[in-house]
Design a protein around this ligand. Sequence first.
Ligand code: AKG
Length: 346
Amino acid sequence: QPRFVRPSPSSGTGESNSSNLYVANCGPAVGLSHDAIGAVFSAFGEVKGVYPADESGVRVIISFADPFSAKSALESLSGRPCPDLDGRTLHIRHSVLQLPSQTQVNECVPVSLSGSDLNIPGLFLLPDFVTAEEEQQLLAAVDTQPWIGLAKRRVQHYGYEFCYGTRNVDTKNRLGELPPFVSPILQRISLFPNLDYDPASLKLDQLTVNEYPSGVGLSPHIDTHSAFEDCIFSLSLAGPCIMEFRRYSASTWKVTSTSTDEEEKPDTSTCIKKALYLPPRSMLLLSGEARYAWNHYIPHHKIDKVKDKVIRRSPRRVSFTLRKVRNHPCRCEFPQYCDSQQQKHN
Ligand code: AKG
C-alpha cells in the first residue's frame, strides 16, 4: 500500500484538538521540499514530521507534537501568502491521520539494481566507484570533523554552507576550498563515462556529507535549480539505501481562492515512481532531466525489499553529495520545476 497519510473524512473543519494539519498548495511538485515546509511550521512548535497527504505532491500533512502548536500555525498561516514558501497561499485544516511506520517495507515501487533500468535520462549509477579501503579513509576523515545535528540526521558542509530553510546557498559566504580528502574523488569524477560536459568545466565546489541512522531517509526534493548547476554526484558509503524517484505533473493544480473553505480544484496530477538500490561505494550522477525534473527521495524505512530479498538498513549510511554552486539564473528545459523561471504562485 502507498505510504500516504490520509486525513479522515471527518477532519473537514472540526478536530480542533488534533496535532496534525492538512496543508494544501505546497509540496515537492512545486519545488517546496518537506524540509522547507517543516522549517516554516516549526516556528509554531515541534514538528514531528511532514508527510505527503496524497500523490499530488502539493498536499502535505504536518504532524506537531501538540495540538496548541497546530492550532497556532493554522491561525497564522492559513489563507495567506507565505513568503517563506514561494509566496504560495496555504490552505490548512486540522486532520486526523495514521502516521506511516518506519518499519514499513517499500512494497509499492519495484527496486531496480541498475541505473539504466530506470530509464530516466541523465541518471547514471557506477558501482564500486571507490574501494573498501578508500571508503574507510573517507569515513575516518569526516569522523574527525564536527557534525551539525539536524532533526534526524547529521551533516557537514564544505565549500559553501547549505541552508535547509531556503534550500539554497549564500554565494557571498564561501567557507573555503573542498577538503583534500575528496581530491581523489574529484579526479575520478572527471573520468565519469557518462558526462555530457567537459570535465574541466564541472568545477564542483560544494560538498554536503549526510549521515543517516537506520530507518532515517530524506524527503522528496529536486535540488533548487537556482542554487546548483546541472551535474549532481552522490557517493554512498557505509551502508546501502533505496532511492526513489518521482516525476510529478502537477503544474495545472491551483487553488484560486484564498478562502480555506473554498473547494479545491480536482486533482488531475499524476506521479511516476521508480526506485533504485544504491550499494555502498557506488556513485550516482543526476544530470539533465534526472536532475531538473525528478524528485529524489530516500524512504524512511528500516527494512527495504529489493527483488525477492528483504534487506535491513545498516546502522549508518554516509553520503557525499558534490555540486557546483550556480552564479546565474537557471535556463534549463524544465521551467515548470525551475525556481529561476517560475512566476510566483498565489
Ligand atoms: C541531498 O543532500 O540533497 C541529497 O539528496 C543527499 C542524497 C544522498 O544521501 O545520497
